[in-house]
Design a protein around this ligand. Structure first.
Ligand code: ADP
Length: 492
């Protein structure tokens, strides 16, 4: 099948979170399964310098953006598995220090930047030869694409328009902008309705996808259910319930070729189930790297996270403040809201021998914290899928998670199934409940046999991408079948 993916970030070219990992792996495993896969993404600053194999793609994009016409050139490269990348080179929009903003402040023109990117995707979908049969977009940045394609089919005479799929990685980010920005879409106002992309008088770019995509997916089965409730629907639960027949939940996979404990250039020592000793060596190296005392016996808790409300940082700081009276160590890597960054720095100031903090983005250290920690903390308020807990499982690091979204789908608590237990779960969103879960971790740490049981279950759990990619292909096939059955030229 010919599939065109689109995302505002893709690993290893650009990354702020799990979206980049997921899209890269989806593209790779679809291509490996024999599909013809392209992926459209912005050319951000530094990509050409870091990836010398990028070639100019002989196509010049020109799209209207309100009253202006914006042009862009394209760069392309083929990844080893056959995935073809298309980088949209629009320097005024994308050659910047950040992907979405700087110093925790979003760029003021993000609406224009990503409406432009969406138009570039829809335009390419129409002009690539051979054209894609399915266009699969990810999150709000390219949420407008399904509507742009549909409109081009209805009003622009695009008879063979591809089917569209939108994956919701995080409903909390919707790309909601003042009504005036609608001009930049060059779409008729008939779509600016309650059933369309209007959201309380504003434009919602994600809602455009939710309303008009042929298929919708969320990144875990539980999250697909949660977003249909008023509590977690972020104002779109009604529309999602109305479109429930087209919505499915597909748990993200893990790219075990990237997230591996052997021959991993980011790790100091290789290890695996058959040879677990290297894990202790990684712990010692991590303690050294973060300036913590090299003590093999102390339980070490890892945190790698965007430091934002969603991730439960408030209850984490409160719980740790209390638990740092115990003999524990904490390794933190993250960036985000200033109050959370300062909160961790304060903890490190108070307990320099127990807390090591690195602020910013550091790919290698993320791997080393996963490998060197005994436990991994993810007390998220909500978690669409979450990848870090799955990375932890493979790295033999026991996840302590709140039972929400993909965390609940991927971690098994001893109360659910003693034989398959691989982590510790708590339910209530409170620092007291988290502290209790951490105390359970401390008790578990004192029982090496039980730790070995959890580690075995974690390291043998299989979240490989072959299964995930096959589930997406099934969705694409449903879209294609529906398109074939539709009257040619009619709207879907
Ligand atoms: P989300 O996408 O909501 O941020 P996930 O758990 O799905 O959460 O994915 C997070 C991804 O981002 C993981 O690959 C994690 O290692 C990475 N990550 C998050 N923060 C950092 C950071 N400060 N440095 C390096 N990697 C990070």
């Amino acid at each position: 099948m010919r599939i065109l993916l689109a995302s505002s970030e893709v690993y290893p070219y650009s990354k702020s979170g799990g979206l980049a990992d997921m899209v890269a792996a989806l593209g790779k495993f679809l291509a490996r399964a024999g599909h013809d896969v392209g992926l459209v993404t912005p050319l951000y600053r530094g990509i050409r310098e870091r990836f010398r194999l990028l070639q100019p793609f002989r196509y010049r994009l020109e799209v209207p953006l309100g009253h202006a016409t914006v042009s862009a050139t394209l760069w392309t490269t083929a990844a080893p598995d056959g995935l073809r990348l298309y980088f949209v080179d629009q320097p005024a929009f994308f050659q910047r220090r950040g992907l979405y903003g700087e110093d925790d402040v979003a760029y003021a023109d993000n609406a224009a930047r990503f409406i432009f990117l969406s138009k570039a995707v829809a335009h390419l979908a129409r002009h690539l030869t051979p054209p894609p049969e399915v266009v699969h977009v990810h999150d709000w940045h390219v949420g407008l694409v399904p509507l742009l394609i549909r409109d081009a089919a209805v009003r622009g005479g695009w008879r063979e328009a591809p089917g569209t799929c939108l994956t919701i990685h995080n409903l909390a980010y919707q790309g909601v902008y003042p009504r005036a920005i609608y001009e930049a879409t060059n779409l008729p106002w008939s779509y600016f309705t309650h059933e369309g992309l209007e959201f309380h008088g504003h434009v919602s770019l994600l809602k455009a996808g939710v309303a008009y995509a042929d298929a919708l997916t969320a990144v875990s089965p539980q999250y697909a259910q949660e977003i249909q409730t008023p509590e977690q629907g972020c104002g779109l639960d009604g529309l999602l319930r109305a479109r429930a027949g087209r919505l499915s939940g597909i748990l993200n996979g893990v790219d075990y070729e990237e997230w591996r404990t052997r021959n991993n250039p980011s790790l100091v020592h290789g290890y695996d189930l058959a040879d677990p000793d290297g894990k202790a060596a990684n712990k010692a190296a991590l303690q050294h790297e973060l300036g913590l005392p090299a003590r093999p016996e102390v339980p070490l808790f890892g945190i790698v996270s965007r430091l934002v409300d969603q991730k439960g940082i408030d209850i984490e700081l409160t719980a740790l403040t209390e638990l740092l009276a115990s003999d524990i160590q904490v390794a933190v890597l993250g960036a985000g809201q200033p109050e959370f960054e300062e909160g961790f720095l304060r903890l490190a100031d108070l307990h320099p021998e127990k807390v090591g903090v690195r602020l910013g983005y550091n790919h290698g250290l993320a791997h080393r914290i996963e490998a060197g920690s005994d436990f991994f903390l993810m007390p998220s308020k909500f978690e669409p899928c979450g990848l870090n807990q799955m990375y932890s499982l493979r790295y033999g690091t026991i996840p302590v998670v709140r039972a929400t979204g993909g965390l609940d789908d991927s971690v098994i608590d001893i109360r659910e199934d003693p034989a398959r237990a691989n982590g510790i779960k708590f339910h209530e969103y409170s620092s007291a409940a988290l502290a209790k879960a951490i105390r359970k971790a401390l008790a578990l740490h004192g029982d090496p046999e039980l730790v070995a049981h959890y580690r075995f279950n974690g390291m043998t759990a299989d979240f490989s991408w072959d299964r995930t990619a096959a589930e997406y292909v099934a969705v694409y096939e449903r879209i294609r079948r529906a398109a074939r059955e539709a009257v040619p030229g009619a709207t879907r």
